[in-house]
Design a binder for this molecule. Structure first.
Ligand code: COA
Length: 402
């Protein structure tokens, strides 16, 4: 194998954008004859991390004999504070017990890529090690990454060589956007919350859910956030949005919608002409006869956009049904925005999963999250070692990292 001189350095937008896009393009091509998913970061490769409180992107640059350079690898990372557990505390008068979140400083590694012609030369490992140095300098307590269970290279790199352990296996649920609108039951009211109402609701009800971001307000006020919506039954004892926290109805559901379409587009490549033809036929039928509600396959063989649903929650016996209706509402909004897909990610044991319509073939039942603990001084208190804790029923998946 040729001796390659490789330098790891900070990404510089003007100089590196094209080189990085080229590596992304080469990495996304799947095995010959199979379909693969291509991501277009719309000319801004750092966009996948830029909405986090602290972020960084590194590139691996090959330096040739004549000092000519080529980008052959990249990695993105971000740091934020999230919930890793909960603790119980007595109120001032010592009359009731309250549950409070325990926060930790968490880093996330994503978008690690090494160009196929330079693999197994230690470049992926170098990129991870250098990114972790930045994490340490910034007092990070845990770092995690998500990957496909079947991605042997990535799983082995992180677990065998970098000290990560398998942690959670949430499900990515994907629903196509049909050519027809989903009917919303007239027996249900859907309300849009203001970002500050949503923040109050999320902090009160979800702040002890693991991975809940302490800066939820910046997520909710981000321009990519299309809103937080609450569904209640018309005949319920609902007294208005302002009373949702103090005097909630027996059943309700909530979700927020994030517009990924402005960050990246996806494209399915490598589909046979027969497959593309069949998909097109379903769309033509659905557009011609929308009242039949044919579950048509959207245009995914050209670049398409998606909306991501996050902060899903609900209470009461009707919460699953209400969630289903909210997902229908989100489907219609995605249709108005010209998206082809609505996606979400929830804990594998999430009770509301039953109310989230999705196509199994497009979804991923077990997305593998691996985690590593750094250093010695921890703020996680009674959680002990988070990496050893058992999963809760829910997790909060931050839309900035999808
Ligand atoms: C995953 C990826 C970044 C690895 O990059 P790389 O530069 O080839 O990795 P390294 O050479 O640093 O490998 C370090 C270790 O990882 C493991 N590893 C890497 N590739 C592997 C493979 N194909 N099969 C099994 N183990 C592998 C090995 O333990 C390896 O150590 P070794 O070579 O001494 O046995 C690269 O394969 C890639 O870009 N894949 C496509 C994109 C992707 O899947 N990214 C990960 C998403 S999080």
């Amino acid at each position: 194998m040729e001796d390659v001189l490789v330098r790891i350095r900070e990404y510089e937008a003007e100089k590196d954008c094209l080189g990085v896009e080229e590596v992304e393009r080469r990495c996304e091509v799947g095995p010959s004859g199979k379909m693969s998913l291509f991501t277009d970061l719309l000319g801004d490769p750092i966009s996948r991390v830029r909405h986090s409180p602290a972020f960084r992107m590194l590139v691996a640059e090959k330096i040739g004999k004549d000092q000519e350079t080529e980008i052959i690898g990249l990695i993105r990372g971000c740091i934020k504070t999230v919930t890793c557990g909960k603790k119980h505390s007595r109120n001032i008068k010592n009359t009731t017990t309250i549950t409070l979140p325990i926060y930790t400083k968490l880093a996330y590694i994503l978008g690690l890529r090494v160009s196929p012609s330079h693999r197994r030369m230690g470049i992926g490992l170098k990129l991870v090690v250098q990114m972790e140095e930045w994490f340490r300098e910034n007092g990070v307590e845990y770092s995690y990454m998500a990957t496909d269970q079947d991605n042997e290279a990535s799983v082995k790199l992180f677990t065998d060589r970098c000290g990560y352990s398998k942690f959670r296996t949430p499900s990515i649920l994907v629903q196509p956007v049909f050519a027809h609108r989903v009917k919303i039951s007239p027996r249900v009211h859907i309300f849009k919350l203001t970002p500050s109402q949503a923040e109050l609701l999320y902090r009160k009800k979800f702040s002890t859910t693991e991975f809940f971001p302490r800066d939820i307000d910046s997520v909710l006020n981000n321009k990519l956030n299309l809103g937080t919506f609450v569904a209640v039954r018309v005949d319920s004892d609902f007294k208005g949005i302002d009373m949702l926290l103090t005097d909630p109805p027996k059943s309700w559901a909530v979700l927020s919608i994030w517009n990924c379409k402005d960050v990246f587009s996806l494209e399915v490549r490598g589909a046979s002409r027969v497959r593309r033809g069949l998909a097109k036929t379903t769309r033509i039928m659905d557009r011609a006869f929308p009242w039949l509600g044919i579950p048509s396959i959207p245009e995914v063989f050209k670049p398409f956009g998606l909306h991501f649903l996050y902060g899903l929650g609900g209470y009461g016996t009707h919460s699953v049904k209400l969630m289903k209706i909210l997902c229908g509402f989100a489907h219609n909004l995605a249709k108005d925005y010209g998206c082809s897909v609505v996606a979400t990610e929830v804990a594998s044991e999430e009770p509301l999963k039953l109310g989230i319509p999705h196509w199994k073939k497009l979804s991923c039942a077990e997305d593998l999250w691996c985690i590593k603990r750094f250093g010695e001084d921890y703020s996680d208190g009674s959680v002990g070692d988070w990496t050893k804790s058992s999963p809760g029923l829910s997790i909060f998946v931050d839309p900035r990292e999808f």
